[in-house]
Design a protein around this ligand. Structure first.
Ligand code: PEP
Length: 253
């Protein structure tokens, strides 16, 4: 089944009104070169208004980096799915390894957040991935399988997005090889619907994107550091679009 490739930028806790303006202007002016892949950015919550003001009416989508599993109430510091919808978010990242590790988010909590996002009409980008220790112990499939199963117990994944992000590759400059990524994506592919896009994330740069996106079960990327540099991010999105064109040629569309 053909799936539209997606390249999503996770800005993490970076940016300022001024630096965001410059980045958004550069992305909008590069957006004409991005046809063939969908592109989105996920800024910190306070900048969602700024991002939606600039990106509305352009081919670029936006989303958030997290949400609360609760609809409303006494949850100081939390942000609900309905609030994200008010800012025009299409996507929301759920279960990023930094939240699992730094904020102690359990599989059950991630599953509840995923369900809350879907119920509000957002497209969750569910992150799964193993630590280096887990990989070296041969536990990669067990770990990502468990993280995904917790979500599938509660929700159908359908057209949501899955992101395989090996923890050892995030922000380290050490990406998974295309073959390592493909092996895990093929494992995950068997557990989700044909419509589910599976992104790879972890030290994707302009220079390694094409090789990773050439893998048959890689439908794009979740990009951290490189999403803060307009030319890098655009080049990565172009690599995804070029990969889509080549895949289309292979299956005759
Ligand atoms: C991420 O944070 O989701 C990520 C993939 O980061 P980086 O690209 O910087 O490794």
């Amino acid at each position: 089944m053909p799936r539209t490739r997606l390249v999503a930028g996770n800005w993490k806790m970076h940016g300022s009104r001024a630096s965001n303006n410059a980045l958004l202007e550069a992305l909008v002016s590069g957006a004409g070169r991005l046809s063939g892949a969908e592109c989105a950015v996920c800024p910190p919550f306070p900048y969602l208004q700024q991002v939606s003001d600039r990106l509305r009416g352009t081919p670029l989508a936006w989303g958030a980096q997290d949400l609360s599993e609760h609809a409303q109430g006494a949850y100081t510091g939390e942000v609900s799915a309905a609030m994200l919808c008010e800012f025009g978010c299409r996507y929301v990242i759920v279960g990023h390894s930094e939240r699992r590790q730094l904020c102690g988010e359990s599989d059950a909590r991630v599953a509840a957040k995923f369900a809350a996002a879907q119920a509000a009409g957002l497209v969750p980008i569910l992150c799964v991935g193993e630590t280096l220790q887990e990989r070296e112990a041969g536990r990669t499939e067990e770990v990502v399988g468990r993280q995904l199963a917790a979500v599938l117990e509660k929700s159908a994944i359908g057209t949501a997005v899955l992101a395989y992000e090996p923890v050892w590759a995030i922000g380290t400059g050490r990406n998974a090889t295309p073959e390592q990524a493909q092996a895990v994506h093929a494992f995950l592919r068997k557990k989700v619907s044909g419509a589910t896009r599976i992104l790879y994330g972890g030290s994707v740069k302009a220079q390694n994107a094409a090789a990773i996106f050439a893998m048959p079960d890689v439908d794009g990327g979740l990009i951290g550091g490189a999403s803060l540099v307009a030319q890098e991010f655009i080049a990565i999105a172009q690599a995804a679009a070029a990969g889509a064109a080549r895949a289309g040629e292979r299956i005759g569309i």
